[in-house]
Design a protein. Structure first.
Length: 129
């Protein structure tokens, strides 16, 4: 009986903490997002360092869902229905770009990319070739 209670408490704590427990090496350094404007090489490792590994700055950390890929909920524009979360395109163009603009404004260095060609590899667009 007592062991069962301990096991239950341990399982509850683990299920709450699991999304937050990961080593830096568990996450990819770079993620490639395919796009009609050319692929985007998203430097995940660099963003982890910039946010001091605070995943909640970019990711929803819903206890019931755990960590998931953005596209699990944020679909392509043409796949989104009313009542769905905003499309993935809007997440990138609003959230990411606005964060970059804010960082550029705060640091006065202007290193975070905000224009199309700074993120998209337009040389890889197949329909232009």
């Amino acid at each position: 009986m007592k062991q069962g209670l301990y096991l239950l408490v341990f399982a509850a704590i683990l299920s709450f903490a699991l999304p937050f427990l990961h080593a830096d090496g568990d996450q990819p350094d770079k993620i490639i997002f395919e796009s009609s404007l050319g692929p985007v090489n998203f430097l995940h490792g660099q963003h982890q360092k910039a946010t001091n590994n605070d995943c909640s700055i970019c990711h929803h950390l819903k206890k019931e869902a755990g960590q998931q890929a953005c596209r699990t909920c944020h679909k392509k524009k043409n796949e989104t229905s009313s009542g769905d979360p905003i499309p993935f395109y809007a997440v990138k163009m609003q959230f990411c770009r606005n964060c970059h603009r804010q960082k550029n404004s705060e640091t006065k260095k202007g290193k975070a990319p905000v224009s199309c060609r700074e993120c998209h590899d337009v040389t890889a667009i197949t329909w232009l070739k």
